[in-house]
Design a protein. Structure first.
Length: 298
């Protein structure tokens, strides 16, 4: 997973990539989608940087937040379709909020929508290059909103949600979310395997530990003997730094090898051309070396 190159924040082609904060990336996505949304039914939230909330087209004919091929596949699969019912937490900032329910995956900056745009695309998980990047066998069907059982010291389990499971791989997807937050020590020390997996002193910050969400996902993978992958934008250096802060605290070298990092840009280089164009237009996700070809085709 080319960890060394990610530390320098360069592409595999040695093209430097500008770092963006969560707010800057949210602003970029807002500008891109304000232009794109003219062709689709949508709403704008209040604020200097509005969120674009797409609407499903009449009779289920399409959805502005999805490439049509992936959206059709989602609608044919009842489990995937249920994921669209995830409630949009910023609905109170949308004009006439009481008129209808908005879904989290209607929002242009939703990492869940980006994830499903890619992994619900027919045949994408039969592509050898992508499966090699992920470290999974070809042909697995993705499961979204997977709830593993993370063992607690009291004998119970924490059924925290992971964005996607493919075979034995658990995937956490990030886009404009803020950096990984710290948590009070009591929240992490309640996990059965925390002290076995992590050197707590390497994670300590004040009265708690950094990287709570990543630590929790890693513990879910450890308990189930799975791998854990973070998918994020290569422009989000803060998330990449936060990931490595957690990985460096893992005691076991063998388990550390099951903790993986991929960028959306890497994934974009391993998907069909039509999907590549969509990712470039809507999200600005383009691998170095693809820029000229994509711009010519858009």
């Amino acid at each position: 997973m080319w960890f060394g190159k990610l530390f320098t924040f360069s592409s595999p082609y040695n093209v430097r990539v500008a770092a963006l904060s969560s707010n800057a990336l949210r602003r970029d996505l807002s500008q891109r989608n304000c232009e794109r949304a003219r062709a689709y039914e949508h709403e704008l939230s209040y604020g200097a940087v509005p969120s674009i909330i797409y609407k499903e087209q009449a009779n289920g004919q399409g959805h502005g937040n999805f490439i049509p091929t992936s959206y059709q596949a989602i609608c044919r699969n009842p489990e995937w379709r249920r994921r669209l019912e995830k409630v949009y937490t910023g609905a109170q900032w949308v004009p006439r909020a009481w008129e209808r329910k908005r879904g989290e995956l209607d929002c242009a900056s939703s990492s869940d929508a980006l994830l499903m745009n890619i992994f619900c695309y027919p045949g994408v998980l039969r592509r050898s290059q992508l499966c090699a990047l992920l470290g999974v066998d070809r042909g697995f069907a993705p499961e979204f909103g997977f709830r593993p059982n993370v063992p607690l010291l009291n004998g119970r389990g924490d059924r925290t949600e992971v964005d996607m499971r493919i075979g034995d791989l658990l995937v956490e997807a990030k886009l404009t979310e803020s950096a990984f937050q710290p948590a009070p020590a009591r929240l992490l020390l309640r996990y059965r395997d925390f002290e076995e997996v992590f050197d707590g002193e390497d994670l300590r910050t004040g009265n708690g530990f950094r990287g709570y969400q990543v630590v929790r996902g890693a513990l879910a993978a450890y308990a189930a003997e799975r791998s854990y992958l973070l998918l994020c934008d290569e422009r989000r250096r803060d998330l990449i730094d936060g990931w490595f802060d957690v990985v460096k605290a893992v005691r076991s070298y063998s388990f550390r090898n099951r903790l993986k990092l991929l960028t959306w840009q890497e994934v974009a280089g391993a998907v069909p051309g039509r999907l590549q164009k969509f990712l470039a237009e809507k999200y600005g996700v383009v691998r170095a070396g693809m820029l000229q070809a994509v711009e010519e085709d858009l």
